[in-house]
Each structure stands twice: as C-alpha cells, then as structure tokens.
Ligand binder design. Structure first.
Ligand code: NAD
Ligand code: UGA
Length: 435
C-alpha cells in the first residue's frame, strides 16, 4: 500500500515509521521545513525511545521518506492519513480544527484515483463529515472516501503501543475504503489485535470517551489519595486492592500531581464542549477537568509546606519537567503549573530533566537548568520529584543528603519507600500515603 502521512509529529512520525516497518511504502509530509530537514539528516525532531533506529532502518530500506511537497506525495496514494495537531481553541477550549481542515483542502486538489482520506488526529464528532464536504467542494471530481481511525498510542511507549495495540478502531462507511484499511492493518490483525469497524461518528466519539475515562480514573485515584492522607490509609494499596478486580483493572491508578500531556487536558475539555454544544452536558467529565486543574495548582503549596511554609529566597530542586517519563513533550505538563507557582512563592528553582530541557527552557523562564539531579539538589531546602524518570528511582540518597541544605523530599510520583527515606535521614512526603 502507498501511504501518505500528513504531519510528522508524535503520532504521524511514529505511525509512518511503523507502517513502513510493516512493509508499506510511506511518505511523511510536514510543512515545518526544519523538521523535514532534520529527518533527512537522520536526526529525530522528537524524543521517543526506539524511534531513531526504526526510522533509520526503514529509510535505508527505502520504504520511508520525508518531504514538504504534499502535492507530489499525495498523487497515486492509496491512503492519506491526516495526523496534524488539534490543540485547544483559544476562548472556548473546543478542538481547533483549522490544521485538519487546511490539510483536507490541500490534499483535495491532488487526489488521483480512488484514495482513502484517514483522520488519525483526535477530532470532535462530525469532523469526518466536514472533511468530506471540504474535499468535495475543493475537487468535485475526486474519487475518495473519508475514514476515522483514532490513535491510542502513549508517548514514551509509542512504538510498542502502535505495533501491538489493544484494538484498532475504524469508522468506515464505504466498502472500497474498508478493503484498503483492512490491507493497511492486516499485519496488526495477524498479531491478534482486534479491529473494530464502526460508523464514522461512533469512531470519533470512542477516542474522546477512552481518554475521558482514563482521565477520570486517574482523577478518582487522586481523590482517594487525598482521602488516604487524612484517614491514615495507603493509596498504593487501595489501587492494588481495587485494581485486582477485573471490572476495575489495575492500570491508570497511579496517584500523582494530576494528569497532563498533549491529550488528556485538551481532549477532556473538548468533550465537555461537544456535550454542551449538543445540549447534553457531561457533569462527570466537567468535574474531572476542574478537579485536575485545581490539583496541579495545589502541588506548589504542598512542596512549600514540606519545607516549613515559607519559600522566600530558598532553593527548591525539581526533578522532572516533562508530563511523563521517556518523552521531551512539555505540552500541559504539571510542571508548567507547579514551577511558576513555586517562583511566585519566592523560591529559587533549580531543575533537571533528562530529555525535556530544550522544550522546557522557553516555557519556564526564571529558573536554573541543572545538568543532573545532584547538581539541581545543591543547596536546596526541598527536593520535589515531578516526573518518574527511571534515573530518579535509585538516587544515591547519601550523596543527595550531603549536597542539600535540608534533607526534605516531596515525591509526587510515589517512587520511594517511606522506610528507606526515613533510614537515609530524610523528611519525606509522598502522595496518598497517610499510613
Ligand atoms: P504534533 O504537534 O507533534 O504534530 C503535528 C504536525 O503536523 C506538526 O509537525 C505540524 O508541523 C504538522 N502539520 C500541521 N499542519 C500541516 C499541514 N497542513 N501539512 C503538513 N504538516 C502539517 O501533534 P501530535 O502530538 O502528533 O498529535 C497529532 C494528533 O494526534 C492530535 O489530534 C492529537 O490529539 C492526536 N494524538 C496524539 C497522541 C500523542 O501521544 N501525542 C496520541 C494519540 C492521538
Ligand atoms: C494518553 C493515552 O494514554 C493514550 O492512549 C492516548 O492515545 C493519548 O493520551 C492521546 O490521545 O494523545 P499520553 O498522554 O501519551 O497518552 O500518556 P499517559 O501515559 O496516558 O499519561 C498522561 C498523563 O496521565 C501523564 O501526566 C501521566 O503522568 C498521568 N498519569 C497516567 C497518572 O497520573 N497516573 C496514571 O496512572 C497514569
């Protein structure tokens, strides 16, 4: 199959490289010239484990290429995937579809023979209809069908998630398009990943429903964590105790500083807007959005309290800035709420992140970027772990204590045992561990 991927970002680049690895002929198109130039030079524009070697292998075997020339790529393609951003729209928080619609319009003029236009971006219900209308309006002669194929990969585990997904969802209302999509996903089907065919609108809603449900699950355990702290219980044991019930499931029950990232915050908000526009507000999701936003803001106060209350002129060490480990993505990271709040409390912040520095620097002015965890900790009155990078899981506690001004650790990801921290002489507080 000849596949074109419009947008070589976290989703487009990973999906394109994986499709190429399955044997398809893939061209990734991006209008960002610097991104394409870097890819031509073999440099990944994002940090995602395993992506550089996967890309290099498929480029070498001539199944994967990169271009800024959309017209040339689209001609003769069997399927054109749209994998551009759908950020929150300023003002109302609904998904901004301008990139999707612009891509649809650009594609329309160059279609050649029957082509499936596949929406991989996360888009509100009805977007497929609008994409279809745009293409028809722009090129009335075009022979095409529009399919919805939401993506469920997680950053940091994107390749594994793409190649071995729990399911593939395809919103298809055209038999020829169904055959093309079956061909494209055949390698996954052979891996025994279920492929679910639905109507296009249903498929669009499945994506938002999945993200909203996961965001609610996290928010639920975060509220249990707060309760654990005042009631003298342990949230990790509560999570295990409920998660072993197969009806609940043990995943996405890690309490923390509140969910962040490029998708949960924007998608939960967009779904509340869609529901409001449809006259059927979703109170559960509206509450989830509000509770999570408040939670992120409250984390700085928690860090200040651990240091005795007043942070004025005192140094705070921050470990981890990205919204989760194994990515350089800073979009809606909890650190973007927590660090400015620490600065507003008068703290001097020294931070270290293994991969996020480049993205974080312009977003977090006024802080010092350290070269390692111990450098960040030097002279600190309190050290806060914001992201659970593996390299923070086994810090040399003796060395840490020796460089800090006071041995105080606030662990917002629960990666240490209370007993080991106490033995090492730290005042330690974590999330939801009142027991
Ligand atoms: P991204 O910002 O990393 O990448 C989007 C890319 O599209 C950019 O490189 C941009 O230059 C390019 N682009 C925009 N308009 C273009 C056009 N007309 N022609 C060519 N290129 C164009 O975004 P992302 O994180 O990959 O997300 C893409 C979509 O996938 C979003 O809807 C998102 O919600 C969804 N999604 C993301 C993830 C994730 O983990 N990041 C997972 C599942 C779904
Ligand atoms: C999430 C979903 O997991 C993917 O299925 C989906 O495709 C993607 O959004 C998307 O639509 O873009 P991602 O944002 O990459 O993936 O990362 P997650 O692992 O889901 O983490 C999201 C946030 O939730 C992070 O801030 C993370 O720290 C937090 N989280 C996650 C918790 O606080 N507790 C948990 O138990 C799990």
């Amino acid at each position: 199959m000849r596949i074109v991927m419009i947008g070589a970002g976290y989703v487009g680049l990973v999906s394109g490289a994986c499709f190429a690895d399955f044997g398809h002929d893939v061209t990734c198109v991006d209008k960002a010239e610097d991104k394409i130039a870097r890819l031509h030079a073999g440099v990944m524009p994002i940090y995602e484990p395993g992506l550089d070697s996967l890309v290099a292998k498929n480029v070498a075997q001539k199944r994967l290429s990169f271009t800024t020339d959309l017209a040339d790529a689209v001609r003769g393609a069997d399927a054109v995937f749209i994998a551009v951003g759908t950020p929150s729209r300023r003002g109302d928080g609904q998904a901004d579809l301008s990139y999707v619609y612009a891509a649809a319009e650009e594609v329309a003029g160059h279609l050649d023979g029957f082509t499936v236009i596949v929406n991989k971006s996360t888009v509100p219900v009805g977007t497929g209809d609008e994409v279809e209308a745009i293409v028809r309006r722009t090129n009335p002669q075009a022979d095409f069908a529009v399919v919805s194929n939401p993506e469920f990969l997680r950053e940091g585990a994107a390749i594994e998630d793409f190649k071995r997904p729990d399911r593939v969802v395809l919103g298809v209302e055209d038999e020829r398009a169904k055959a093309v999509m079956q061909n494209i996903y055949r390698p996954l089907n052979l891996n025994e990943s279920p492929i679910l065919f639905t109507g296009r609108r249903t498929s669009e809603l499945i994506k938002y429903a999945a993200n909203a449900f996961l965001a609610m699950k996290i928010t639920f355990i975060n509220e249990m964590a707060d309760l654990c702290e005042v009631l003298g219980a342990d949230v990790q044991q509560v999570a295990r105790g409920i998660g072993l019930d197969k009806r609940i499931g043990g995943k996405f029950l890690h309490a923390g500083p509140g969910y962040g990232g490029s998708c949960f915050p924007k998608d939960t908000l967009a779904l509340t807007r869609t529901a409001q526009e449809a006259g059927r507000p979703t109170r559960l999701i509206e509450t989830t959005v509000a509770v999570n936003a408040d939670r992120k803001k409250a984390m700085a106060t928690r860090i200040a309290a651990a240091a005795g209350g007043d942070l004025t002129g005192r140094r705070v060490a921050v470990l981890g800035l990205t919204f989760k480990p194994n990515t350089d993505d800073m979009r809606d990271a909890p650190s973007l709420d927590i660090v400015p709040a620490l600065l507003a409390l008068g703290a001097e912040v020294h931070a270290f992140d293994p991969e996020g520095r480049h993205e974080a620097e312009p977003l977090l002015p006024g802080i010092t970027f350290a070269d390692g965890p111990y450098e960040a900790a030097e002279g600190a009155a309190v050290l806060a772990i914001l992201t659970e990078w593996d390299q923070f899981r086994a810090l040399d506690l003796r060395r840490l204590k020796a460089v800090m001004a006071a041995p105080v650790v606030v662990d917002l990801r629960n990666i240490y045992r209370t007993s080991e921290m106490a033995e090492a002489g730290f005042t330690y507080s974590a999330i939801g561990r009142g027991a």
